[in-house]
Write a protein that binds this ligand. Sequence first.
Ligand code: FES
Length: 117
Amino acid sequence: MHLPPQNTWYKIAETLADINFSSTGLAEVDVYGKIICVGLYHHQIFACTQKCPHAGGLLANGYIDAVGNLVCPLHRYKFNPANGKNTSGEGYCLKTFPIELRNDGLFVNIDPALFTR
Ligand code: FES
């Protein structure tokens, strides 16, 4: 395994086509050993933690509803993937990560401290 670079932007793919999105537009991506969830909805890409803040449901196994909420597969709590707000009202907050598609690849910004958790 390679050590992550010292800055907080990590290249995760050359292009969007390199991400193995499911039919629901979600994928798990390994960022130097840290698994995150990446989603694509109406040409908008987002990134968040692998697990739901409620009880650890694997968000890549969920789906994106008709208005763009990320829906957890376990108890169907909903989150705005842009800011992590719990739109179904249970009071949880999903950790999201900035993600950018650039000319030289797809990059996600993750706090290096998360790699130690
Ligand atoms: S684990 Fe995600 S809603 Fe319960």
